[in-house]
Design a protein around this ligand. Structure first.
Ligand code: MLC
Ligand code: AMP
Length: 480
């Protein structure tokens, strides 16, 4: 990691001493029609810091707005952990996140229902020039809620050290510099949009443009109007871009297209290369590890491959009974990762942490992979059918089943991820009961979050079960 010296600042480009000495940038961040310079960011975020300093942790409804940027930045300046809450969060999920995290206030955007917590507004034009000491590298920066196969989402505790290390590793892999203009339209409450997109930009010192939604037209415009050079997307975004040939061609002047959060289908890779002239870089990671594997800006960008371990990362493939699997490009094993970017555990969940993080520091990703003799990694699937990736969002089948069972018209429920050309997987619910599919889809959207709603609900007479009464999800997949 660069700069662990005494002058280390996580958000390096916002180092107040350097900005005050003239290293300003008029449009460091563009979001929701607002442009913020570095000195706007330092002044307004420090004013946020003054209002939250000393809090144990605060919740931020992470809409793609300047208020969110300043809320997160202000907390990082003050050393207050941020709990990003999905912008489309529903009632039950919001209640869980607030209770589990112990958030003491809402900072920035205010949700319709604050759940009894106080609200601290962010004022875009407030300024403070107070200087805060840089918090410890080991301090928690973010608590990001993410789904597991069962139970409600768990809070992943992410340190400042992990974030700085990951951004520095990626900057090297992608030749990412302050000369770039980074563009995306992804949610601001997950690793991809928030940690890599926003915090990455504020650390590297490049311009950051958020397009609101990740539409093909928005990306094309960000390249032509703002000189977007480094473009981030989940596979669904890239797939929609190649379906809009004009928008795709407009990305030609960019420097690097990066895909991640789910597998990029090879036909989408090929179409992107043909239409934009850029072979995309694909990278792999998880909330618990941040990004650990990537193809390289200066190396081979192989379709279907997530590349090599980033500097400082080690990987291994294991059989179910713990034996090493050959790196022969064919043998499949469970992927384990060791990295300076690993999380500090799940909040309040030592049991769940111990289940995935071994004492010697290997994280069990839950992904199944192949490693070639050249070190290139290919992700071939997941160990559990109950973890679904839809549009790049990680969703547990169990949490949707619980939400469905909470509806009075549902007697039994089972949820699967069905293959989907647009979303990678689409959430499909099978229900025994007498509610309408539309009612149930809305129920999940209101309880959990809109992006966790099933796209399809099928009302069935009974669920296929084995002799033990366990639902046969493989058989359900045949019913789609
Ligand atoms: C539809 N809508 C409803 C609704 N049905 N609202 C309420 N109730 C219902 N029943 C509305 C939505 O609110 C939204 O409105 C609109 O319909 C469209 O929503 P959608 O259909 O869900 O959006 P969609 O187009 O399918 O989204 C695709 C997408 C999205 C690609 C934009 O999936 C996305 O943003 N994915 C990115 C996920 C991501 O960043 N993952 C990274 C995780 S970190 P409106 O008004 O809002 O449009 C990670 C680590 C790593 O994985 O490796 O990176
Ligand atoms: P999340 O915690 O939301 O970041 O989800 C992490 C999971 O996303 C990983 O465990 C993988 O299953 C999946 N994932 C992320 N990037 C990729 C990729 N490039 N290819 C395949 N799967 C990916």
């Amino acid at each position: 990691m660069r700069g662990v010296a005494s002058d280390f600042v996580l958000l390096d480009s916002l180092n107040p001493a350097v900005v005050a000495a003239g290293a300003d940038l008029g449009d460091a961040v563009r979001i929701d029609g607002v442009a913020l310079s570095r000195s706007d960011l330092v002044g307004a975020a420090t004013s946020v810091a003054e209002r939250v300093a000393g809090a144990a942790q605060v919740a931020v409804l992470a809409t793609p707005t300047a208020a969110t940027v300043l809320a997160v930045t202000g907390c990082l300046i003050a050393g207050v952990p941020v709990v990003p809450v999905p912008a489309d969060v529903g009632e039950a999920e919001r209640r869980h996140i607030l209770t589990d995290s112990g958030a003491q206030a809402w900072l920035g955007e205010k949700p319709g229902d604050t759940g009894g917590l106080g609200h601290i507004p962010v004022r875009l034009h407030a300024r403070s020039w107070h200087r805060y000491a840089e918090p410890s590298l080991d301090a928690t920066a973010l608590i990001i809620y993410t789904s597991g196969t069962t139970g409600p989402p768990k809070g992943v505790v992410v340190s400042r050290r992990a974030i700085a290390a990951d951004i520095d590793m990626l900057a090297e892999a992608w030749q990412w510099t302050a000369a770039d203009t980074l563009v995306h339209g992804l949610p601001m409450y997950h690793v991809h949009g928030l940690v890599l997109g926003l915090l990455g930009s504020l650390r590297v010192g490049n311009r950051f443009v958020h397009t609101g939604k990740p539409t093909p037209a928005g990306y094309a415009q960000a390249v032509s109007e703002f000189g977007g050079s480094l473009l981030f997307g989940v596979p669904t975004v890239w797939s929609r871009i190649v379906d809009d040939a004009d928008a795709a061609r407009a990305l030609a002047p960019a420097r690097l297209l990066v895909s991640g959060s789910a597998a990029l289908p090879v036909p989408v890779f090929d179409a992107l290369a043909a239409l934009t002239g850029h072979r995309p870089v694909e990278r792999y990671g998880a909330t618990e590890t941040l990004i650990t594997l990537s193809t390289l800006a200066g190396g081979e960008r192989r379709p279907g491959s997530v590349g090599l371990p980033l500097a400082g990362v080690r990987t291994r493939l294991r059989t179910e009974d713990g034996h090493d699997v050959d790196h022969d490009g064919e043998s499949i094993g469970q992927l384990h990762v060791q990295s300076p970017t690993l999380f500090d555990g799940y909040l309040n969940r030592a049991d769940a942490t111990a289940a995935v993080l071994s004492d010697d520091g290997w994280y069990h990703t839950g992904d199944v992979a192949v490693i070639g003799p050249d070190g290139m990694h290919r992700i071939v699937g997941r160990e559990s059918v109950d973890l679904i990736k839809t549009g790049g969002f990680r969703v547990g089948a169990g949490e949707i089943e619980t939400a469905l069972l909470g509806h009075p018209g549902v007697r039994e429920a089972a949820v699967i991820g069905a293959p989907d050309a647009d979303l990678g997987q689409r959430i499909v619910g099978f229900v025994v009961g007498d509610a309408s599919p539309e009612e149930l889809i809305d129920h999940v959207a209101q309880q959990l979050s809109v992006h966790k709603r099933p796209r399809v609900v099928r009302i069935v007479d009974s669920l296929p079960r084995n002799a033990m009464g366990k639902v046969l999800k493989k058989e359900l997949a045949q019913w789609v």
